[in-house]
Design a protein around this ligand. Structure first.
Ligand code: ZN
Length: 204
């Protein structure tokens, strides 16, 4: 038996309120807090369920993927993320033709027959000449950079639903240098960050 803190009446253990004066017991207060926090948890879970899902890749694993696939991860990333990113409802969209062009050019670098890749397209002088390989490589870098900038724009526009637009620009993939150098790997790192900020539901 406990005693009511207000009127001193005996109260059975497990009673949330004094049956005589209605004062909430310490046990009742604790139960109330438990219910409140469960309600908040449920709300959070529900909000998370309504979030668009994006694939989560462990941060430490991203550079490994990037290096071991010799950059092929980049092609894979745009091909796999294009659909979920384009269904976010943002104004900017990733053009499918650009992803396809990037994939074909990328494959070209590895699969080009030597007699074609060494074929000289334009000779500047006796020392400098551009081969087919040089041109394709330049186009790969160009298309991958272009894709990275569009994907960043999509992520920033999505983030702007949760925060101020200028804040979204400053917090989602803010480094141009990192974006150009690491493209898809840098973008996946941003997606991970946005999952932690509850802007995406994680898809493992
Ligand atoms: Zn009482």
């Amino acid at each position: 038996m406990n005693k009511c803190t207000s009127c001193g009446a005996p109260i059975e253990i497990g009673c949330e309120k004094c049956p005589y004066c209605g004062t909430v017991t310490p046990y009742g207060e604790e139960k109330f807090r438990e219910r409140e926090s469960k309600l908040k948890d449920d709300e959070r879970k529900k909000a998370l369920e309504n979030l668009p899902a994006m694939k989560f890749v462990a941060n430490a694993f991203i550079p490994v993927l990037y290096v071991f696939t010799m950059g092929l991860y980049s092609v894979w990333w745009y091909a796999m993320r294009m659909k979920p990113l384009n269904s976010l409802g943002t104004k900017s969209k990733i053009p499918a033709w650009l992803v396809a062009l990037f994939a074909v050019l990328f494959a070209g670098i590895f699969l080009m027959p030597p007699n074609l890749s060494d074929y000289t397209l334009s000779r500047v002088d006796d020392e400098t000449a551009y081969t087919v390989y040089d041109i394709v490589l330049a186009l790969v870098i160009l298309s991958s950079g272009w894709l990275a900038f569009i994907a960043r724009k999509v992520l920033q526009e999505h983030a702007a639903n949760f925060m101020d637009k200028s804040q979204a620009v400053n917090s989602v993939a803010p480094s141009n240098v990192m974006l150009i150098l690491f493209g898809a790997a840098y973008l996946q790192y941003q997606v991970n960050k946005m999952i932690k900020m509850n802007m995406f539901a994680p898809k493992i």
